[in-house]
Ligand binder design. Structure first.
Ligand SMILES: [Mg+2]
Ligand SMILES: [Zn+2]
Length: 222
């Protein structure tokens, strides 16, 4: 299975220092939904791993986060693509949880859900902590210069092996042109529908309890 892991804000949609607190504030970066579709067409499953501390800070609630993600799903679907799952950390920055990037908890969780090794799997972000979480699990860090990306590049200290691209569309051009089979090695023998089942299992959890550090949201709505 070929997998690509994306940060959300500043990669798929425009970021805001005031947080994305409503579906109206969620606006796609031109070319990003289409880039996701092109990944899908090339056989990649696309998953999102996103810090959403606005939940923990009380800036917006889980219903709102779900509505924002519904808009994101619809936008990507309208471009012919599909986001397979969304893993998010709802905790505040001072919560010391294991899932808020740069901690790798969401990456471990998605690796378990999909039963894949993350070694070399492309992981795309606009902030240093995205790249650090990727590097911590052996994924391949890619910095895009949208969102906070320009500042992240200026600040430096990027994890070894980080590659930089103007935006997600340009990165996807590169991935599809240069490494059509990239990610294949991440496959384990007994690939199955486990990921989908795990997501269904998670859905039974009360989101606001957040006893598990991070959640995978089911993509398909009946
Ligand atoms: Mg970001
Ligand atoms: Zn967390």
């Amino acid at each position: 299975m070929k997998l690509v892991i994306l940060d959300r804000d500043g990669v798929i949609n425009f970021d805001s220092a005031q947080f994305i607190k409503s579906p109206a504030e969620w606006k796609p970066i031109p070319g990003s939904p289409e880039a996701i579709a092109r990944l899908n067409q090339a056989g990649y499953r696309v998953v999102v791993a996103t810090n959403q501390s606005g939940v923990g800070r009380g800036l917006f609630d889980m219903d709102t986060l779900n509505a924002i993600h519904e808009k994101m799903h619809k936008t990507v679907q309208a471009a012919g693509g599909r986001i397979d799952a969304i893993f998010y950390c709802p905790h505040a920055a001072d919560s010391k949880c294991e899932c808020r990037k740069p901690k790798p908890g969401m990456f471990y969780r998605l690796a378990a859900c999909y039963n894949v090794e993350l070694t070399g799997v492309p992981a795309v972000g606009d902030s240093l902590r995205d790249l650090q979480a990727a590097a911590a699990v052996g994924a391949k860090p890619y910095l895009v210069l949208t969102g906070k990306g320009e500042k992240t590049r200026e600040d430096g200290d990027l994890p070894e092996g980080t590659e930089v691209f103007p935006d997600l569309a340009a990165l996807v051009d590169h991935l599809l042109a240069t490494a059509p089979d990239k990610g294949e090695k991440a496959e384990k023998p007994e690939k199955s529908d486990k990921a989908d089942k795990a997501e269904k299992g998670d859905k039974a959890d009360k989101p606001e309890k957040a006893e598990k550090p991070e959640k995978a949201e089911k993509t398909d709505k009946p």
